[in-house]
Design a protein around this ligand. Structure first.
Ligand SMILES: [Cu+2]
Length: 152
């Protein structure tokens, strides 16, 4: 009785081990093909900002600083599937360790609710006719603080 039971257990183990390995290999093989991003996730060329363009991505403006000649139209494009705002005004009290903004003061020059990528209103353009430094931010996301430097 006892020797038979032992043989049965080891026989099961020999069958079960390859099956378990097959499952593990199958999982690791499919993981790269099933990313966490939604199916509408852009490829890298879709999120790369063009000339005079700022893309919102991963709760950041990219680039955060852009320098343009006076008279340039800057376009913001949403590179992700959540909404943002493009709100002109000062931001400050930036926490160095968290990168979070502590204050924001909209100045009314522009304020646009940027629709999620792929929806109507997912871009916004503004023409800068005066030289200067223009700070702006996204109201709900305290990591999104940026500026446009307009050179005369
Ligand atoms: Cu935002």
């Amino acid at each position: 009785m006892s020797p038979t039971a032992r043989i049965t257990r080891s026989g099961l183990a020999l069958v079960a081990l390859p099956a378990l390995l097959a499952v593990l290999v199958g999982c690791s093989g499919t993981t790269p093909a099933a990313p966490d991003e939604p199916m509408s996730a852009p490829d890298s060329s879709a999120v790369e900002p063009g000339p005079n363009e700022v893309v919102t991505l991963s709760l950041r403006f990219m680039p955060e600083d852009i320098t343009v000649p006076v008279g340039t139209t800057v376009t913001w494009r949403n590179g992700e599937t959540i909404g943002h705002t493009i709100t002109s005004g000062a931001w400050g009290d930036l926490n160095e360790s968290t990168g979070l903004r502590g204050s924001q003061t909209a100045d009314g020059l522009f304020d646009h609710a940027l629709a999620p990528m792929g929806q109507e209103g997912d871009t916004f353009s503004f023409t800068f006719d005066e030289p200067g430094e223009y700070l702006y931010f996204c109201m709900p996301h305290l990591t999104m603080n940026a500026r446009v430097i307009v050179e005369g």
